[in-house]
Design a binder for this molecule. Structure first.
Ligand code: 3HC
Length: 336
């Protein structure tokens, strides 16, 4: 009341009207940057819904990377040669690194890493459905590289052009590493396919078990994809779930032929009219069951992750104590 009485005509207004005008100007500047395909950076103003959506997607992605270390990590001690063991160790470490870049990207959006990890450990946060399937034989490790990392690359290359700068830049490095992962998987399978009858059968069995879950990695059909319309309008997602799935199917048929394996879908046939391969409908009930916590390995994956976090508590405590000691040494007055 008193403030209003002091307002003089012609002076800038700071009441609700000017706040609304500021908000509209910031929104217009944001919309213009999105329209011209410019990057949004952490210090730029952004709508709260854009920030939340990015935190959701980037953190789910980070969780997928670190949970994804488990199915292959199981095979590090059982790799068939020193060379394969060294390659697998490097690959699993890369996945851990991807998780770290992505958590860091989420932190630029004011998300705390502790809160994100708490979401994962409590089962509230999602991670990729694919990592809830078991790795029964060494061939599964090769198939994860070839198909799972292959699908991840197909989905993630467009994210290098995502409108949010830190996510886009993280994706450039991640995609380079995923490309090595995909090739090492194909190479491991090729060696097995050139081996014995039993090895070829093992590869075929792994392909049979992973093919359909891999196609589901791309997410639900476009009609059921609740987030796509908005994330595509914001330039976060560039290509729809179904279009990416189709690109992956089209690219993989020829690779399967070179490898000498059969993709386990009698409905997988070339459609001249569409200029794409047709494929059979996927079991979306299975997909929703798995992402809602009831896949073959959900409980085991989460329990292993929580235990690893708890077992690592002393490392975090030691790192914090060390950082405090350094800060005290750097400015003793402040610390006192
Ligand atoms: N697994 C688990 N949840 C999934 C999923 C999947 N394969 N596909 C979709 N979902 C969830 C979505 O998160 C969403 O749930 P929410 O609203 O509660 O978050 C719901 O199903 C509806 O799906 P939408 O299509 O509306 O969701 P999105 O628009 O977010 O699209 C996505 C899903 C394509 C996975 C997209 O989020 C994306 O591109 N994410 C970034 C990439 C990523 O996270 N990849 C995961 C694999 S990483 C990996 O494979 C590691 C590598 O080392 C192999």
């Amino acid at each position: 009341m008193y403030t209003q009485s002091l307002d003089l005509p012609g002076q800038p207004q700071h009441g609700p009207t000017s706040a609304n005008a500021d908000q509209a100007a910031r929104q217009a500047a944001f919309d213009a940057r999105i329209a011209e395909d410019a990057k949004i950076e952490p210090m730029d103003w952004m709508p709260e819904a854009y920030r939340k959506t990015l935190v959701r997607q980037i953190s789910q992605h980070a969780h997928s990377e670190i949970i994804g270390m488990q199915p292959e990590g199981n095979w590090i001690s059982r790799a068939p040669s020193l060379k394969r063991k060294a390659i697998l160790l490097a690959k699993v470490q890369d996945e851990g690194g991807h998780g770290l870049y992505l958590y860091s990207a989420a932190e630029t959006l004011d998300a705390s890493r502790d809160a994100l990890l708490d979401g994962l450990h409590s089962g509230r946060a999602k991670y990729s459905s694919i990592f809830n399937y078991p790795t029964l034989t060494w061939a599964d490790v090769g198939v994860i590289g070839w198909l799972v990392d292959g699908a991840a690359i197909m989905n993630q290359i467009p994210l290098c052009r995502c409108s949010y700068g830190p996510y886009a830049r993280a994706m450039i490095r991640i995609c380079k590493e995923e490309s090595f992962h995909q090739r090492q998987g194909f190479d491991a399978l090729l060696s097995m396919m050139r081996g014995t009858e039993a090895q070829r059968a093992m590869v075929q069995d792994a392909v049979d078990r992973w093919w359909f879950p891999v196609l589901m990695m791309f997410g639900p059909p476009d009609a059921a994809s609740t987030n796509s319309t908005q994330t595509m309008a914001w330039g976060i997602k560039r290509i729809s779930n179904d279009d990416l799935r189709q690109k992956f199917v089209d690219a993989t048929v020829e690779q399967a032929r070179v490898l000498g394996v059969t993709l386990p879908d009698p409905g997988l046939v070339w459609n001249d009219e569409r200029g794409h391969y047709d494929y059979s409908p996927l079991d979306w009930e299975e997909f929703w069951r798995v992402i809602n916590g009831d896949g073959p390995c959900n409980r085991e994956r989460l329990a292993t992750r929580v235990k690893a976090h708890e077992d690592g508590a002393w490392v975090r405590e030691a790192a914090l104590a060390h950082a405090e000691k350094r800060a005290r040494r750097a400015s003793p007055a402040k610390a006192a």
